[in-house]
Design a protein around this ligand. Structure first.
Ligand code: GRF
Length: 192
C-alpha cells in the first residue's frame, strides 16, 4: 500500500474528491491530511472521514526538520498538494524525490509564482483577455509553481466569464483530473 499525505489549507474540495477516488483502492490510501490552518475546512473533512491530521507550525516547517520524521513515522510514500500555500522546504523535497506533486489553477508557466493563488489567478487571466485557462499538475521543486509539468487541461473563456465562473470551471477540471493523475503518477514512481 502506498500511503498518501494530502497537504491542504482551504475548503478541501479537491481533497474530498481524492479521498472518494481512493476509498476502496487496492494500492493507494489517503493516510494523512496535513494543514497549516487550524480552521481549514479540509480538517473537518478529515474528521468526518476518520483520517489522521497533522497541523504544521511555521518555524519548524520552514526552518526546522520540515516534519520529515513525522511523515516517515507514518510511512508516507507520496505527497499531494491541494491548495497548500507555503513553499515546500528542501528537507522534504530531498526526502521525497519526485514524489511530491501540486495542482495549480492556470496554465503554467503563465499565472504562477508567489502570491498567485485563488481568485487572484483568475482575475489576472481575465485582465489579460486570455481566450483559455486551465489546470496544471506538476512535480514540486524548491520554487513556487515551477517543477516539471505532468499534465494540463484547458477550458475556454467566454466574454461573460467572471473570476467566480472561471473558478467554477477550473474546479470542475481539477476534480475530474487530479485523482486520475495522482493514481498514474504514483504507479509510475512505484515501477521505477
Ligand atoms: C485549487 O483551485 C488548486 O488549484 C489550488 O488551490 C485550490 C484548492 O481548492 N492550488 P480546494 O480547497 O480543493 O477546494
Amino acid at each position: 500500500m502506498i500511503h498518501l499525505a494530502i497537504f491542504a489549507s482551504g475548503t478541501g474540495s479537491n481533497t474530498q474528491k481524492i479521498i472518494d477516488y481512493f476509498r476502496y483502492h487496492s494500492a493507494v490510501s489517503v493516510s494523512l491530511i496535513v494543514s497549516n490552518q487550524p480552521n481549514a475546512g479540509v480538517l473537518s473533512i478529515a474528521a468526518k472521514e476518520g483520517i489522521p491530521t497533522l497541523l504544521l507550525e511555521k518555524e519548524r516547517f520552514v526552518r526546522g526538520d520540515g516534519y520529515v520524521p513525522e511523515l516517515q513515522k507514518r510511512h508516507i510514500g507520496f505527497i499531494v498538494l491541494a491548495g497548500f500555500l507555503w513553499k515546500i522546504p528542501s528537507p522534504l523535497i530531498a526526502a521525497w524525490p519526485g514524489t511530491i506533486i501540486n495542482i495549480h489553477p492556470a496554465l503554467l508557466p503563465k499565472y504562477g509564482g508567489k502570491g498567485m493563488y485563488g481568485s487572484r489567478v483568475h482575475e489576472a487571466v481575465l485582465a489579460n483577455a486570455e481566450k483559455e485557462s486551465g489546470i496544471t499538475i506538476h512535480y514540486v521543486d524548491e520554487l513556487y509553481d515551477h517543477g516539471n509539468i505532468i499534465f494540463q487541461a484547458s477550458c475556454p473563456i467566454v466574454e461573460e466569464d467572471t473570476p467566480e465562473t472561471l473558478a467554477q470551471k477550473i474546479h470542475l477540471l481539477e476534480h475530474v483530473h487530479y485523482p486520475l493523475v495522482i493514481e498514474k503518477t504514483v504507479q509510475l514512481q512505484n515501477h521505477r
